[in-house]
Design a protein around this ligand. Structure first.
Ligand SMILES: [Fe+2]
Ligand SMILES: [Fe+2]
Length: 267
C-alpha cells in the first residue's frame, strides 16, 4: 500500500504569491504518483471553511484516493476555533472523527492537537508563553484562533482523546498523526530569543510520550516547516511540509516544488 504524505500546504498564501493553482498541481502530482492513501498533517490553508472546501475539492476530483487529514493551527483560524474544529469534521477523512483501518494490520490514529509550552525554553513562565508575545511580535494564533480555554487545557483534551484511541487499538500497527511536533528533537533552538521563545508553540512532548507508550510504528506531523524523515526512539518519524514560497522552497516552479515535496512511503 502506497501512502503519500504532505503538510503545511498553506494554499492561500502560496497561490497568491506564486500565481499557481496549488491544489490543481497537487492533484496532478497525486495522479502521477498514484498512492492509495494521502495523509495531510495540517495547515491546508487559513480558515476552516476554505480548508474544508479544498479538501472536498481534492477528494471529489480524486475519488479513488483515500484522503486522511488532521487540522493545523491555520485551519482553525476563525472567531470560534471550537466551531472551526467541528466544521472540519464534515470532511469524512478527518481523523478527528476516529481511527481509520487501512487493512488488517495497519491503523491510522490522529487529530490536529495543540501546544502546551512543554518545548518552551527556560527563563519564561507559563503566563509569559500564554501571552504569545515577545518583543514586538505576537504569535498569529493569539490573534486568529479563539479557544474557550487556555492552550494547556486544549492540548490536554486532544491528548485524552488520542490516548483513548491508542489504548483501544494496541494490537495494530499504528500510524499516529498530529499537526504539532511530538519530540523536542525536532524543534530548532537558534539561541536567539526572538525565535526560541516561540518554540513553546511548536507542540507537546506529551504527543511523543503517547507515541512511545503505545509503540506506534510511524509518527507523522507538520507545523515546523522543515522536512524530516528519520527513525527516532524506534519510531519512523515523518514531517513533510510544503512550506512557504519563496524562502522555504527550493524548486524552480510550483509544479516542481510540489512534485518533489510529496513524500511516498510503502507499508
Ligand atoms: Fe504551517
Ligand atoms: Fe502550523
Amino acid at each position: 500500500m502506497k501512502i503519500a504524505i504532505l503538510s503545511d500546504i498553506h494554499e492561500g498564501l502560496n497561490r497568491k504569491k506564486t500565481g499557481a493553482d496549488i491544489v490543481g498541481l497537487l492533484k496532478e502530482s497525486l495522479a502521477q504518483h498514484a498512492p492509495d492513501v494521502f495523509i495531510i498533517s495540517g495547515d491546508v490553508t487559513a480558515g476552516s471553511e476554505k480548508s474544508l472546501a479544498l479538501l472536498k475539492r481534492l477528494q471529489t476530483e480524486l475519488p479513488d484516493l483515500q484522503i486522511l487529514f488532521v487540522h493545523g493551527n491555520h485551519d482553525l483560524y476563525y472567531e470560534d476555533s471550537t466551531n472551526a474544529y467541528e466544521k472540519l469534521l464534515e470532511f469524512d477523512g478527518n481523523l478527528g472523527n476516529g481511527p481509520v483501518h487501512l487493512n488488517e494490520e495497519w491503523i491510522v490514529i490522529g487529530d490536529g492537537g495543540w501546544y502546551d509550552y512543554t518545548f518552551g525554553i527556560e527563563g519564561f513562565t507559563e503566563q509569559e508563553f500564554s501571552t504569545g508575545r515577545f518583543n514586538d511580535f505576537t504569535w498569529p494564533d493569539k490573534v486568529y484562533a479563539h479557544w474557550p480555554e487556555n492552550d494547556v487545557a486544549i492540548t490536554d483534551k486532544y491528548l485524552t482523546k488520542l490516548e483513548n484511541w491508542l489504548s483501544w487499538h494496541q494490537e495494530k500497527n499504528i500510524i499516529l498523526v498530529s499537526h504539532f511536533v511530538p519530540f523536542a528533537h525536532f524543534v530548532q533552538v537558534k539561541n536567539d530569543l526572538s525565535w526560541d521563545f516561540f518554540n513553546a508553540m511548536m507542540g507537546s512532548k506529551e504527543i511523543g510520550g503517547l507515541a512511545e507508550k503505545y509503540a506506534v510504528k510511524k509518527m507523522i506531523f507538520g507545523h515546523i516547516h522543515t522536512r524530516y524523515h528519520e527513525e527516532y526512539r524506534g519510531i519512523d518519524c515523518i514531517c513533510n511540509p510544503l512550506g512557504y514560497y519563496p524562502h522555504e522552497w527550493s524548486g524552480n516552479s510550483a509544479r516542481e516544488e510540489i512534485n518533489s515535496a510529496l513524500k511516498i512511503i510503502e507499508i
